[in-house]
Write a protein that binds this ligand. Structure first.
Ligand code: IPD
Ligand code: CA
Ligand code: CA
Length: 284
């Protein structure tokens, strides 16, 4: 096995590839919007995959294979290229996060690329094609938007917190999520749903959102964004992850089940988790 690669080297590569891919996403968006025949569906009638999703993931895979042929890739559209050996880098790619926004002409979508080693994300980049903003982090080296360091908000009172969330493509699950949202809405400051989980996590990193939660997110939705939030000082709870200190699948079970993602500033995270659990989020 080669000597361990520096996280900042992986971060730089993620940024370079995500930037190029973001430009491609914009180039194909016009055709994707104009021609609904190019929209296939996946898990439900509203879970679309566009020519842009496929072309972007192909470009990311091509660039990664050229730059780092020994690494593995897990991509939303193309699946995994193998089981990682100890110490081997695996890239986790959401070629377009926020596809519904992408197809509807809304600006909030991203190319999201993370790199993990032994199951832990060590570097990531989230690039917004429309604004050109680059969000990035390397584990232990901080998080940045372009060249500005990111810091999660200093809020300590959940009743004033602006909390983002997301809703699943499955209508039944979406209904359960909406019911929980209706119950927590009176106990928090305000609610946002952008339709792009990676950017929700970046918004927590920037202090634009005080917290974010969603059930049912996949690894590619959260890989890069969760590291960016964490490196900005937010507390992050990922699905099925036990080393985050919140104890959701250990003895200190937090009541949110195995599929919850939560990212929030330290001053409100415990209150947010407790509120969600009390209002039945574990069952959605
Ligand atoms: C979706 C977005 C959305 C979230 C969904 C995700 P996609 O990813 O991140 O904000 O609510 O759960 O599936 O399908 O646009 O890559
Ligand atoms: Ca996604
Ligand atoms: Ca996607």
């Amino acid at each position: 096995m080669d000597s361990p690669v520096r996280a900042e080297v992986l971060e730089d590569l993620a940024v370079t590839i995500a930037r190029e891919t973001a430009a491609l996403a914009l180039t194909v968006r016009e055709r994707a919007v104009a021609d609904p025949g190019r929209l296939d569906t996946k898990s439900s009638a509203t879970d679309v995959v566009t020519e842009g999703d496929r072309a972007c993931e192909a470009l990311v895979r091509e660039r990664l294979a050229a730059a780092r042929p020994d690494d593995l890739v897990l991509g939303e559209e193309g699946g995994t290229s193998g089981t990682p050996a100890p110490g081997q880098v695996r890239w986790i790619v959401d070629p377009i996060d926020g596809t519904v926004n992408y197809t509807h002409g809304l600006p909030w979508f991203s190319v999201s690329i993370g790199a993990e080693v032994d199951g832990v994300v060590v570097a990531g980049a989230v690039v917004e094609p429309v604004s050109g903003r680059v969000w990035r982090a390397a584990r232990g080296h901080g998080a940045f938007r372009d060249d500005a360091p990111l810091r999660a908000s200093a809020l300590e009172d959940l009743r004033l917190g602006v909390v983002g969330t997301g809703l699943n493509y499955d209508p039944a699950r979406r209904g359960r999520q909406a019911a929980v949202l209706a119950r927590i809405a009176t106990s928090i400051g305000d609610v946002r749903r952008t339709g792009c989980a990676s950017l929700d996590l970046c918004a927590v990193a920037a202090g634009w959102l005080d917290g974010f939660y969603e059930h049912g997110l996949q690894r590619w939705d959260v890989a890069a964004g969760s590291l960016i939030a964490e490196e900005a000082g937010a507390v992050v709870r990922l699905p099925g992850r036990s080393e985050d200190g919140l104890g959701h699948d250990g003895p200190g079970h937090d009541g949110l089940g195995d599929e919850a993602t939560v990212a929030a500033t330290p001053g409100i995270v415990a209150a947010l988790v407790a509120l969600l659990a009390a209002e039945g989020a574990g069952g959605i």
